[in-house]
Write a protein of this length. Structure first.
Length: 683
């Protein structure tokens, strides 16, 4: 066999151009795909990404990463990239977010080509190595499983993390003179600012050194470990910082850590099978954790991992098979973070993105070794060129098939409806998938179909507060108000600290004209999660309707503190200011023309502005001028009730009803005050 030798970059240019063109063609139909799932709380509903001025805060405050407290994680590089895309696109335009992700995906593929070729040359120099490296990088770039990451915008975190590890290892291997300066650690640090799985870099670096650079040294293990010390120190420091920056509200979501970890070896087996036959890809699988180590699938998983480890050590004995061993170790090491840290889902297709770098390297080199061994003896035969042409044609056909799979997965990810319909077919026991497809139908106005899917989802997720919310919404739209309210109440009982349960119940109450109850619920939602602006928008509307100008001004100012240029808050600020002027006019009128009616009007405006003590005083002035004025006594009752002074509220309401037995509003205030006094006494 002849050495591949050194060559100028121009020799690789046609290969790289063909590689990037093929990947770009396969993904050409994905740039208009929608935002999905976790994109909503990290991108579309996240007010922090709407201004580049927040970038420093992304690095100091993980709460800016999401509007859902349980999902807030310290990934400042990802949040920064989202803010840049938002600015470049002039808003929430998926094209710009997809372009950003795809450019870095292409960069990773190029680096993988160079890294693979370098490793293949270290193992066995050959003129074919560049083509084997190109095939491995193309197989990875055109693999349908990786479309799950490229299409899922917020999961660019996996891409950044993987890219940083690939870049770090390539810099280390290709630029030995730079090692003493630690330049190879820069992309690794950036990777850790995107997602924690990059913490396995020192272990991958150790495997590289052990297999390819220190194999002739007596203290092979010790030398490799010493060379990895800077990497271990850097990743440990970043891991500690990430842990310190992660809010306490963050939760992985796993019901049982032991059951989750027990399932992971089988998940590794499943991922490996998906590498060769990616036919069951699902955006949200319905696999459940195993409950016993004696489960047949659990045993199969452990046997598979043991076989991989055994194969890696056997293949590591010979230098020409070490890329296979290295790729297998990469696959296992890249899976470790998500295997050891319990997450809500035991498997997720976008988690294959990082491990598949190793599998692409390993499988491509294994095939190349087999073909080289078969063709080396016939290299001078007359039909050798034809055989090489056939091999090239077969490789191209394989890539075309995988590229077509990417095209198809892009179509699945086009809309929320197409995505979740696919999930219901691939993962029929996934309650969340059934619910999300039902949600797409509800957004179309088909509430009956939506409710059917929600009911089916209940069988698999009976204690899911979000599902209860959606059943409440659909039931209400179908006119079943009693059932709707029951499901909203159950949602709150399941997740009393979740702003969503209070917001959607409050929104339903507002639609039913139960404004005071609505305000109470939506206030709780705003207090629990001020960064999620939908509750604030609704509460501002309710305050404006009630002419509670002071409260409206305070809430709109709070929103502007989060999103300084928010047009909705700015509009409500103007309306609140106009409302304040109305109160000032009423004050002047009451002083200039002190009649029972002018003082009553001022009392009403004070009440709407949340100035309850002043409302009580103005109503008192009205009653003083006209003692039998039932409306004045009713306003006094309302003001007392607003300040939770139940006894005087009851007395004032009773007086109003006594003066006007047909005064329904006074009767309502009396009933409310009596109920609240009884409720307070029972506490």
């Amino acid at each position: 066999m002849s050495s591949s030798g050194k060559s100028g970059p121009w020799r690789d240019a046609p290969i790289l151009a063909a590689l990037l063109l093929a990947v770009s063609l396969a993904y050409s139909n994905h740039f208009g795909n929608d935002f999905h799932f976790d994109d909503f709380h990290t991108i579309t509903n996240n007010p922090w990404i709407r201004s580049l001025h927040n970038i420093p805060r992304f690095f100091s405050d993980a709460e800016t990463s999401s509007t859902l407290p349980a999902n807030r994680a310290w990934r400042p590089l990802v949040t920064t990239s989202l803010a840049i895309d938002y600015r470049l696109g002039g808003g929430l335009k998926p094209l710009w977010f997809h372009l950003s992700t795809f450019v870095w995906f292409l960069a990773q593929i190029v680096l993988m080509f160079f890294l693979f070729r370098l490793i293949f040359d270290l193992a066995q120099p050959h003129e074919w190595n560049r083509y084997v490296a190109a095939f491995a990088a193309a197989w990875y770039g055109l693999h349908p499983a990786n479309a799950e990451t490229v299409n899922y915008i917020i999961q660019r975190a996996d891409l950044y993390s993987t890219l940083g590890v690939v870049a770090g290892l390539y810099l280390y291997a290709a630029r030995p003179a730079w090692r003493k300066y630690g330049f190879y650690l820069l992309p690794v640090v950036l990777a850790l600012l995107a997602k924690p799985p990059a913490l396995v870099f020192p272990f991958i670096l150790f495997a590289y050194l052990f297999l390819f650079e220190h194999d002739c040294r007596r203290d092979r293990i010790g030398a490799s470990l010493r060379a990895c010390i800077p990497a271990f120190v850097a990743t440990a420091a970043l891991l500690a910082l990430s842990g310190a920056m992660t809010p306490r509200s963050f939760t992985g979501g796993a019901a049982s850590a032991s059951a989750y970890r027990l399932t992971q070896p089988f998940v590794a087996l499943q991922y490996c099978l998906e590498f060769f036959l990616p036919l069951g890809l699902s955006a949200d699988t319905d696999r459940q954790p195993f409950q016993s180590i004696l489960d047949a699938n659990a045993l199969a998983g452990f046997a598979f991992v043991a076989a991989l480890v055994f194969a890696a050590f056997r293949l590591a004995r010979r230098r020409e098979t070490r890329p296979i061993a290295f790729g297998l170790l990469w696959f296992l090491l890249a899976m470790l973070p998500t295997c050891l840290f319990p997450l809500a889902e035991v498997e997720n297709d976008h988690r294959m993105f990082f491990p598949f770098v190793g599998l692409a390297m390993s499988v491509a080199w294994a095939l190349a070794r087999w073909l080289l061994n078969r063709t080396s003896a016939d290299r001078t035969s007359a039909d050798a060129p034809q055989r090489r042409a056939v091999l090239a044609a077969v490789a191209i056909c394989i890539l075309i098939v995988y590229g077509w799979g990417v095209w198809r997965r892009n179509q699945v990810w086009h809309t929320e409806e197409s995505l979740w319909l696919d999930v219901t077919r691939k993962s029929p026991r996934n309650g969340r998938g059934l619910m999300n497809y039902g949600l797409t139908q509800m957004n179309k106005g088909d509430y009956a179909t939506a409710l059917d899917y929600y009911t089916r989802a209940l069988a698999y997720t009976p204690n899911y507060s979000t599902l209860e919310i959606n059943i409440g919404i659909a039931s209400g739209q179908l006119g079943d108000n009693r059932n709707a309210e029951a499901h909203f109440a159950r949602a709150i009982s399941l997740a009393p600290a979740d702003a969503q349960t209070h917001f959607y119940y409050g929104r339903w109450l507002a639609a039913k004209g139960r404004n005071e109850e609505a305000i109470e619920q939506v206030r709780m939602a705003v207090a629990q999660n001020p960064a999620w602006l939908d509750p604030s928008y609704l509460l501002m509307q309710l305050y404006a309707n009630a002419q509670s100008w002071a409260a409206l001004n305070a809430l709109a100012s709070q929103v502007l503190g989060i999103a300084p240029a928010d047009p909705t808050a700015l509009d409500y600020i103007r309306r609140a200011q106009a409302g304040k002027d109305e109160v000032a006019v009423a004050e002047d009128t009451a002083r200039a023309h002190p009649t029972p009616e002018t003082w009553l009007q001022l009392s009403l405006l004070y009440y709407r502005a949340g100035r309850y003590a002043e409302s009580l005083a103005a109503a008192g002035q009205s009653a003083k001028l006209k003692p039998d004025y039932a409306a004045a006594w009713n306003n006094m009752a309302a003001a007392y009730a607003a300040m939770s002074l139940w006894d005087p509220a009851i007395q004032a309401a009773e007086k109003a009803v006594q003066l006007n037995p047909n005064f329904q509003l006074a009767k309502n205030n009396l009933a409310w005050a009596l109920a609240q006094r009884q409720k307070s006494a029972g506490k």
